[in-house]
Design a protein around this ligand. Structure first.
Ligand code: AFD
Ligand code: MN
Ligand code: MN
Length: 424
C-alpha cells in the first residue's frame, strides 16, 4: 500500500494550530531552535530489513500479520515509514536473507520510495540450506581454513551485492567465540579472524567503509572473538583507514559507560556508526529510548560534542541505523517510535549550551554541569521534531496517522495474516 499525500495533509491540517503554538514558544525560548529544526530535517536513520517482521526469541515467535514476504515488500514497508516521518530514507539489507532477484527492479523500487541502500550485512552466524561447511564452531576464527575461506567468500559476495545496489559500507557482526574455557586459543582465534577480515577489506571498493561490530556475549557465552570495543578497535586499526568500530547499544555488559566509549572512538577517528536499540539486561533489541532515554541523550551529547570537535557532518559522516526486533509490538509502529526517540535525543543534545558546559567543567562546577545537561534533557523538543517533519511534507503525528488510516489492516488484507518475514 501507499499513503496518499492528501491523507497526510488532512491529518496535519487538523493538528496544525495546536502544533504551531508549541513551536512558536520553543523558538522564542531557544535562540538556536530554528537551526535545530534544519539539522533534524537532514538527519536520516536507516531501517534494518530484519526489523520489519516480528522478532521472536528462542522460545517462540508470534507473527503479527501482514509481515513483508520478500524484499519488495520490505522496501515498501520502509517506504511507508519514510512517507510518514521523512526520517527513514534508507534500508539496510542482510545477505542472504535479502538477495534481490533483479537488482535493476529493486533499485527502481527504492527510488520510487525515495530510499537509499545503507550498509549491507553479512551472515556467518547461521548455516544456510545447502551450505557446504558449518559455522557451528565459528566462521573467520575457525580452525579449518576451508570454513574460514567460505566465510571470506560470503563477505566478498555481500560487498558485490551492495555495490550493485549503490550501498557503500558493509557491517560485519561475527558470532564467533567459545562457550567453554579451554575450547579456544584466544590469540589464534584473533589472528585468524584478522587475516579473514584483511582479505575482505582488500575487496572493498575505494569509497567503502567496513564496520566491525562487537558484542559482549551470545551466542557464545564464555568468550566472543569481537567481544568489546577494545577488540573491535584493534581489528579496525590493524585493517586500515576504511575500517571502523560499530557500536550496537545492546552489545555491552550492564552499566557500561557507552557515551565514554563513543567519545574516545570519535576522538581516534574510529567510530563508524551505530545500531540503536534499548535494553535492560543484554541484547534485548527493545525500542530505542524505551528503557533508558537519558543514556541515549548522553550518547548524543558526546556525539554532537565529538563530531563538532572534528568538524564532521552530523547527517552523513557516521552510519545511523536501528537494530531492533522483538515480539510484542507492531514492528512498523515500533520503528516509528525508535526513529522519534533518536531524533528527540539528537535535538536535546543540540540544545546543550556547550560554552557554558565547558566553563563549568573547567571550573570543577559539578552542580552547574549537571544543571546544563538536564536543562537540555528536560526540554520537550517534540514540537521541533514534528516541525522538521512538517517542513519535509511528513506527518505531524506518524503513529496516530498510521492508526487512523489502518495501515496494518491494509497490509494484512494485501499479504495475509500468516506471513513470516525473514530474519531472526
Ligand atoms: C545481531 C547483531 C547484528 C546482526 C543482527 C542480525 O546485532 O547487528 O546483524 O543481530 O539480526 O544481534
Ligand atoms: Mn547490531
Ligand atoms: Mn544485537
Amino acid at each position: 500500500m501507499k499513503i496518499d499525500k492528501t491523507q497526510i495533509q488532512k491529518h496535519n491540517d487538523k493538528l496544525y494550530s495546536a502544533h504551531q503554538r508549541k513551536v512558536k514558544q520553543l523558538v522564542n525560548e531557544n535562540p538556536i531552535a530554528k537551526r535545530v529544526i534544519n539539522k533534524l530535517v537532514d538527519f536520516q536513520i536507516a531501517i534494518p530489513s530484519w526489523a520489519l517482521g516480528t522478532g521472536g526469541t528462542r522460545f517462540g515467535r508470534f507473527s503479527g500479520g501482514g509481515e513483508p514476504r520478500n524484499l519488495e515488500e520490505k522496501i515498501s514497508d520502509v517506504g511507508l515509514l519514510h512517507c510518514l516521518n521523512k526520517s527513514s530514507g534508507a534500508i539496510s539489507l542482510h545477505i542472504p536473507w535479502d538477495i534481490p532477484s533483479s537488482t535493476r527492479k529493486i533499485k527502481a523500487l527504492a527510488v520510487e520510495h525515495g530510499l537509499q541502500f545503507d550498509a549491507v550485512n553479512s551472515n556467518t552466524f547461521q548455516d544456510q540450506p545447502g551450505q557446504k561447511l558449518s559455522y557451528k564452531f565459528g566462521s573467520l576464527q575457525h580452525v579449518n581454513a576451508k570454513v574460514r575461506q567460505q566465510a571470506i567468500d560470503h563477505n566478498i559476495d555481500v560487498i558485490k551485492h551492495g555495490k550493485a545496489l549503490g550501498s557503500n559500507s558493509i557491517t560485519i557482526w561475527l558470532s564467533d567465540g567459545s562457550c567453554f574455557p579451554g575450547q579456544l586459543n584466544f590469540r589464534k582465534a584473533f589472528q585468524r579472524t584478522l587475516e579473514g577480515l584483511q582479505e575482505i577489506y582488500a575487496a572493498l571498493p575505494s569509497n567503502w567503509k567496513m564496520f566491525v561490530e562487537y558484542k559482549a556475549f551470545e551466542p557464545n557465552f564464555y568468550s566472543m572473538t569481537v567481544g568489546d570495543w577494545g577488540q573491535s578497535y584493534l581489528y579496525a586499526s590493524k585493517l586500515g583507514a576504511k575500517a571502523y568500530t560499530l557500536v550496537d547499544l545492546g552489545h555491552h555488559l550492564p552499566n557500561a559507560n557507552i557515551e565514554q566509549i563513543v567519545s574516545l572512538l570519535l576522538m581516534e577517528g574510529k567510530l563508524g556508526g551505530f545500531h540503536f536499540n534499548d535494553s535492560k539486561y543484554g541484547d534485548d533489541d527493545l525500542t530505542v529510548g524505551s528503557i533508558n532515554p537519558y543514556q541515549l541523550f548522553l550518547i548524543f551529547n558526546e556525539l554532537v560534542e565529538g563530531m563538532d570537535a572534528r568538524k564532521m557532518n552530523h547527517a552523513t559522516d557516521l552510519g545511523w541505523m536501528i537494530d531492533a526486533s522483538h515480539n510484542v509490538k507492531d514492528p512498523l509502529e515500533d520503528l516509528l517510535q525508535s526513529v522519534e526517540a533518536i531524533k528527540i535525543a539528537y535535538a536535546q543534545a543540540l540544545l546543550v549550551n556547550r560554552r557554558e558546559l565547558n566553563r563549568a567543567q573547567e571550573a570543577n562546577d559539578v552542580v552547574r554541569a549537571q544543571e546544563i545537561l538536564q536543562q537540555a534533557y528536560r526540554t520537550d523538543v517534540r514540537p521541533l521534531v514534528a516541525e522538521a517533519r512538517l517542513k519535509d511534507g511528513a506527518a505531524l503525528q506518524p503513529i496516530q496517522l498510521f492508526r487512523d488510516i489502518d495501515v496494518r489492516k491494509q497490509l494484512i488484507l494485501e499479504r495475509g495474516l500468516k506471513t513470516f518475514a525473514t530474519g531472526l
